[in-house]
Design a protein around this ligand. Structure first.
Ligand code: GUN
Ligand code: FE
Length: 428
C-alpha cells in the first residue's frame, strides 16, 4: 500500500472543493484509492505502507478530456477567421489527409501524446483520421505512453473532398478490422466508434456503424449542434427526422451511457430530453466555440436540465490543449452568457463546478476515475510547491494553478497508481 502525502483536493460534488491540508491518499497495490484522510489512522501504522511524501505540493485528480482531435494538433491556432464549415474545408481536411503518410503520423502523434501528458490530461477520447494504419499507430503509441484514452477511426463517406473520403464498405470494414486489432494489441486503449458528424456519413454508413456498436458493445463519439450553418445543413439532409440528435439515435449511434456528443451549443429542449434519456456526455468546448464563432453553450441551463456536461478542448477547433485553460474559458464563457441573459436566469459556473466537469464527470466515462473517493483509480497530478509571497491556502494555490499554471508546475502524473514518465523523450 501507498500513502501519498500532500495537500489533497478533489470535487466529489460540484458545489465545492474538498480539501485535506497535509493529508493522505491511501492507495492499494492495484492503484485503487482506499481512503483519503487528514491524518493516518492507527490501523495503517501496522500495515505494509509506503509513504510517498509530497508535502507542500497539491495532489489533485488528473484531467480527462472527452473531445480532442489528435491529428489536428499541428493545426492549432490556424484559420479562426473562418467559421466551422469553411474551416473544415480550408484547414482541417487538408491537414488530416497528411496522415495517410505513416511516418508523418507517427511523428506528430508522438508530439500530440506528449502534449496531453504535459498538460496533465491522463485520459481522453480522441478522433484520429479515416486512415487505418495511422489510427492503429496512434493507439499503439498511446498504449506505450501509459495514458489510458479511447481512440476512434473517423468515418466519412460523403460531403468530403475526394482526397479524404472512403466508400461505405471500406469505412465499415476498416472500422471492424481496427476494433479487432486494437483488442489484441492495445489493452489499455479502447476503440470508440467515430462518425465525423451527420453531414459526413450516409445512412448506410450510420446503419452499419450502429450494428458494430451493438455487436461489439462499443461507445460512440460525434459532433452535435455546433454551428448554426451545420444544423441547417443536417435539417436539409434529414428533413424527416425531428432533430439533429435524433438522427444519431435513429441509427443506433447513441448507446445509453456510452455516448459522447461534442459541442451541443444550440440544443433544443427536445434534444435535451433525448440526451438526458440516453445519458450522453456533452462536451463543452468553450474556447473552440469562440475561436470558430460557433456560439456559447448555455451551460447552466444544461446542468439544470440534468445533463452530464464536461469541459473539453476540441484541439484544434481550439488553440491549446491544456485543460486548466479550458476550465477557465468555461467559467469566463458562462459569465458572458450571464450578462447576455440579463444577469438573472443563468448563474455563472463556479470554479469547483468547472473543475468537477474536467475531472469527475468525464472520468466517469472510463469507470471510477476523476476523484479520490474510495474505489476510484488513483489518477493524479502532483503540482509543485507555491512560491508566492502570499500565505495561500491549498484551495487558493489550486485556483492560481488553474488560472496561471502550466506543465512546468506539474511534477508528477499517476495513472491507476502508476507513475507515468514523459513518453517519447525526444519529441517535445
Ligand atoms: N465537425 C465535424 N468535424 C469537425 C472537426 O474536426 N472539428 C470540429 N470542431 N467540428 C467538427
Ligand atoms: Fe471536434
Amino acid at each position: 500500500m501507498f500513502a501519498y502525502k500532500g495537500d489533497v483536493l478533489h470535487t466529489p460534488t460540484p458545489d465545492r472543493f474538498e480539501v485535506f491540508e497535509d493529508g493522505y491518499v491511501v492507495v492499494d497495490d492495484e492503484g485503487t484509492v482506499i481512503d483519503v484522510v487528514s491524518s493516518l489512522p492507527k490501523a495503517y501504522a501496522d500495515a505494509d505502507l509506503t509513504i510517498v511524501d509530497r508535502s507542500g505540493c497539491l495532489i489533485i485528480p488528473g484531467f480527462n478530456d472527452l473531445h480532442v482531435h489528435a491529428p489536428q494538433y499541428p493545426l492549432a491556432g490556424l484559420g479562426f477567421d473562418y467559421e466551422l464549415l469553411d474551416w473544415l474545408e480550408k484547414y482541417t481536411f487538408p491537414a488530416e489527409s497528411k496522415y495517410a503518410d505513416l511516418a508523418m503520423a507517427d511523428h506528430w502523434y508522438r508530439r500530440f501524446i506528449t502534449a496531453m501528458w504535459s498538460a496533465g490530461t491522463l485520459r481522453f477520447s480522441a478522433f484520429a483520421t479515416l486512415h487505418n494504419e495511422s489510427t492503429l499507430r496512434l493507439m499503439e503509441l498511446c498504449q506505450q505512453s501509459g495514458l489510458k484514452p479511447v481512440v476512434g477511426k473517423v468515418n466519412m463517406d460523403r460531403n468530403a473532398p475526394d482526397y479524404l473520403v472512403e466508400s461505405t464498405q471500406a469505412s465499415l470494414a476498416g472500422t471492424e478490422e481496427l476494433i479487432r486489432k486494437s483488442r489484441e494489441t492495445t489493452p489499455d486503449v479502447g476503440f470508440i466508434v467515430t462518425p465525423r458528424f451527420v453531414p459526413s456519413t450516409t445512412e448506410a454508413l450510420m446503419e452499419g456503424l450502429g450494428e458494430l456498436v451493438e455487436r461489439y458493445r462499443l461507445p460512440v463519439q460525434s459532433h452535435l449542434d455546433e454551428s448554426r450553418d451545420e444544423i441547417a445543413w443536417v435539417r436539409e439532409l434529414h428533413p424527416d427526422v425531428p432533430s439533429y440528435a435524433e438522427v444519431y439515435e435513429r441509427y443506433g449511434l447513441m448507446p445509453r451511457n456510452r455516448t459522447i456528443m461534442a459541442h451541443c451549443v444550440w440544443l433544443t429542449d427536445r434534444e435535451r430530453d433525448v440526451l438526458r434519456e440516453r445519458e450522453v456526455w456533452l462536451t463543452h468546448c468553450a474556447q473552440s466555440n469562440l475561436d470558430l464563432s460557433s456560439g456559447i453553450m448555455p451551460v447552466r441551463r444544461n446542468l439544470d436540465a440534468g445533463l452530464k456536461v464536461c469541459v473539453a478542448s476540441d484541439v484544434a477547433g481550439s488553440h491549446e490543449p491544456d485543460m486548466n485553460r479550458h476550465i477557465v474559458m468555461s467559467v469566463e464563457a458562462s459569465k458572458a452568457k450571464t450578462f447576455e441573459a440579463g444577469c438573472e436566469r443563468d448563474r455563472p459556473l463556479r470554479l469547483s463546478e468547472a473543475f468537477h466537469m474536467a475531472t469527475k464527470v468525464p472520468g466517469s466515462f472510463f469507470g471510477k476515475v476523476g476523484s479520490f473517493e474510495p474505489g476510484y483509480e488513483f489518477d493524479a497530478l502532483v503540482v509543485r510547491e507555491d512560491e508566492s509571497p502570499l500565505d495561500l491556502s491549498p484551495q487558493e494555490r489550486l485556483e492560481r494553478f488553474i488560472y496561471t499554471g502550466d506543465d512546468r508546475d506539474i511534477k508528477e502524473r499517476y495513472v491507476s497508481g502508476r507513475l507515468i514518465p514523459q513518453p517519447f523523450e525526444d519529441e517535445r
